[in-house]
Ligand binder design. Structure first.
Ligand code: HEC
Length: 254
């Protein structure tokens, strides 16, 4: 491909892509934080992941399931086998049937998915005044704005502007589409005790749990980026070698 053709293809690609990104920026007034996992070489902040897991476990897990995440996956957060066994062991699972055909209770194992708060969707809705707390395994991927959306919802509660009615049992939220949300503000300052020196504020809890949920929806992101960078470097070197070879070959012909 000649340089001219390459430039043309790049221009076409940019003109197709830029209206898309402009449209993506329009929806709602999402906050835009700078996250460690963004960008070409971004990685997850391990301490933040561990704190975010704590927030999920102590608060969100009362209503939201994460049925695609297994306790053993927590090795990625920096926990060892013993710690994971201890976490899983705190939950009780129904298993079976046993040899006599009966179901039985047992404590959780690393090979179990995160324990769900409700037995089924109906029970979840009944317990939440008819609203369904969505499963959070892939929520970051499923919502426009990803981590910024999660952070925005958690910090977006407030009073409805004049003239806006908030139905009984619902709450006003700046980020929720339609601004009415059935979830009461789940976080308060000081609610969760952190073992490190991170601030124990709604703002920090929201950042940490958004980081944790991003990891849950894309656990292989770091590996994917590493492979991407390696491939890019390889192609760069390969291009250099091919260019030199080409020059040498053509030099003979002239
Ligand atoms: C007491 C139950 C309860 C707790 C605790 C709770 N939620 Fe929710 N959550 C809900 C319900 C119910 C909805 C559905 C709201 C609606 O549809 O209006 C919801 C909705 C959400 C949404 C919006 C989902 C969407 O569809 O876009 C997010 C984000 C969310 N919760 C995150 C969290 C996080 C993070 C935590 C923990 C810090 C948490 N929730 C704790 C009940 C809860």
């Amino acid at each position: 491909m000649t340089i001219k053709k390459l430039a043309l293809v790049t221009c076409v690609a940019l003109s197709v892509l830029s209206p898309l990104s402009a449209r993506a920026a329009e929806g709602g007034h999402l906050p835009k934080l700078s996250w460690s996992f963004e960008g070409f070489a971004g990685t997850y902040d391990r301490p933040s992941l561990q704190r975010g897991f704590k927030v999920y476990r102590e608060v969100c897990a009362a209503c939201h399931s994460m049925d695609k995440v297994y306790y053993r996956d927590l090795t990625a957060l920096g926990y060892n086998e013993e710690q994971i066994k201890a976490v899983a062991g705190e939950y009780t699972f129904i298993d079976g049937p046993n040899d006599e055909g009966d179901m039985f209770e047992r404590s959780g194992r690393p090979s179990d998915p995160f324990k769900a708060p409700y037995a089924n969707r109906e029970q979840a809705m009944y317990a939440n005044n008819g609203a369904y707390p969505p499963d959070m395994s892939l929520l970051v991927k499923a919502r426009h704005g990803g981590a910024n959306y999660i952070y925005g919802i958690l910090t977006g509660y407030g009073h409805a502007p004049e003239g806006h009615e908030v139905p009984e049992g619902k709450h006003w939220n700046a980020i929720m589409p339609g601004h009415i949300i059935a979830m009461a503000p789940p976080l308060q300052d000081g609610q969760i005790t952190y073992d490190d020196n991170a601030p124990q504020t709604v703002d920090q809890y929201a950042k940490d749990v958004a980081t944790f949920l991003t990891w849950a929806s894309e656990p292989h992101m770091e590996e994917r980026k590493r492979i991407g960078i390696t491939a890019f470097l390889f192609l760069l070197v390969f291009t250099g070698v091919m260019y030199t070879v080409k020059k040498k070959l053509w030099a003979k012909l002239h």
